[in-house]
Design a protein around this ligand. Structure first.
Ligand code: FAD
Length: 410
């Protein structure tokens, strides 16, 4: 079979792009390749971990989000041959394309932390990065009366770089509300050198670090977990010398290292870091003119978030349609991404920024100042963003995300 457009991945980015294309031209033949039976609203998992959302609010059947008019191929893509314009699928068959859109997200590399895969889900080891474990986070938080709670953040790149600390602040807020916080030792081990990559948001976050009495340990990377002994091992590099420290814990919230899927990393489409080597603005592949990449799979320097995919999808849609006509890209992407940092139940520091750390707030500061914790941003996250995701983004309604024409004033 040859399709006009093949999309690898029916997640946030892939479905939004398919809908945006069909909205403009219902006649193109599109195949979405994805073996998943379920589609997840992953930004909701932070809220599940704090008992704000139910697990079911974050999941729909993949069949229910698949746009009418696309052919859904329920198999994984195994290899990509961009010279032959062909994809090999999980059952050994292959399909051809005129234009390819690569959006399989990224892979959570739990196995890179020694002992972690077998530790998850027992003896206090949890992660909001797994659908089935987010409720366990909330259970652990409710049950912990005293002791030590560790939260970890791996080296970049990761999706939603704020999510490791979001889990921590919401847990601390629950313990504070029950009067238990003084009895709980909270440590944040961040492999990075800063609390958050965009400096303007750091002061507001530091106020919460201090308010909750969090022991902030930068450049401290989780390398091993022993669930039976309830001990986590962190590696710290100082002056080129690395030392390992062991920290006993009662609760450990882990965020795993994150890598490109093999289908991309092992293909000619990969950049040196394994992600899809696309131009940062047009999202077109740097070497293959009929290939585009977006979402977490893209080797771009924006924050890997659903918010980024929401803005990227219409850009890729119009550029892919142009490529189908043999024309150059017509729209560009400014690197917009957003990270709603849930600093307490009811308040969020809403980080919104693009390439080079340029602030790109969606609202005027008198309405919503993203550098400060606000109730308005919490309302947005709790009440507005889920319907914007399910009813807007996935259905090609490009609310506040119309594709920007190349050369037009911003
Ligand atoms: C705990 C957590 C909190 C987050 N919080 C926020 C937030 O507050 N705000 C925000 O904007 N973002 C947030 N994110 C990030 C956001 O969820 C992701 O950036 C977004 O889902 C990326 O979309 P994607 O389509 O690239 O990848 P995904 O949504 O992960 O979808 C990838 C799809 O590709 C499929 N796939 C994988 N491999 C293959 C293959 N070989 N062949 C075919 N298909 C394949 C998968 O089955 C999946 O359906 C959060 C993420 C997590 C985990």
């Amino acid at each position: 079979m040859t399709y006009d457009i093949v999309i690898i991945g029916g997640g946030a980015a892939g479905i939004a792009t398919a809908s945006s294309i069909l909205k403009r031209n219902a006649k193109v033949t599109i195949a979405v390749v994805d073996p998943a039976t379920d589609h997840y609203y992953q930004p909701g998992w932070t809220m599940v971990g704090a008992g704000v959302f139910t697990l079911e609010q974050t999941r729909k059947a993949e069949a229910d989000v698949m746009p009418k008019g696309v052919r859904w191929i329920r198999l994984p893509a195994i290899t990509i041959d961009p010279d032959r314009h062909a994809i090999q699928l999980g059952d050994g068959s292959s399909i051809d394309y005129h234009v390819l859109i690569v959006a399989p997200g990224l892979r959570l590399a739990w196995e890179k932390i020694e002992g972690l895969p077998e530790a998850l889900g027992r003896n206090g080891v949890t992660s909001n990065y797994r659908y089935d474990l987010a409720p366990y986070t909330y259970r652990l938080v409710k049950e912990l009366q005293q002791g030590r709670a560790l939260f970890s953040q791996p080296p970049m790149p990761i999706k939603c770089a704020g999510a490791p600390q979001k889990a921590m602040y919401l847990s601390c807020d629950i313990w504070r509300g029950c009067g238990l916080l003084p009895a709980i030792d909270v440590e944040f081990h961040n492999a990075g050198a800063a609390l958050f990559g965009i400096p303007i948001y750091v002061p507001a976050l530091m106020e919460y670090v201090e308010k909750y009495g969090i022991d902030l340990r930068l450049e401290s990377n989780l390398v091993a977990v022993d669930a039976d002994r309830r001990v986590a091992t962190f590696e710290r590099k100082q002056d080129g010398v690395s030392e390992r420290i062991e920290r006993p814990f009662d609760m450990l919230h882990v965020v795993p290292p994150q890598v490109s899927h093999a289908v991309v990393a092992n293909s000619p489409l990969a950049a040196a870091n394994g992600f899809v080597e696309v131009d940062e603005t047009t999202l077109r592949h740097k070497r293959f003119e009929n290939v585009f990449g977006l979402g977490d799979a893209a080797g771009t320097s924006n924050a890997k978030t659903a918010a980024a995919a929401r803005v990227q999808a219409p850009v890729v849609a119009v550029n892919a349609l142009a490529a189908l006509d043999g024309s150059p890209p017509v729209a560009d992407y400014n690197g917009y991404g957003s990270c709603p940092l849930t600093v307490e139940r009811g308040k969020i520091v809403l980080a919104e920024f693009g390439y080079g750390g340029k602030l790109l707030p969606s609202f005027p500061s008198w309405l919503l100042d993203g550098t400060r914790p606000t109730r308005a941003a919490w309302f947005l996250k709790e009440r507005m963003l889920p319907p914007i995701y399910w009813q807007g983004m996935l259905k090609g309604r490009e609310w506040m995300a119309a594709p920007h024409k190349i050369g037009k004033a911003a």
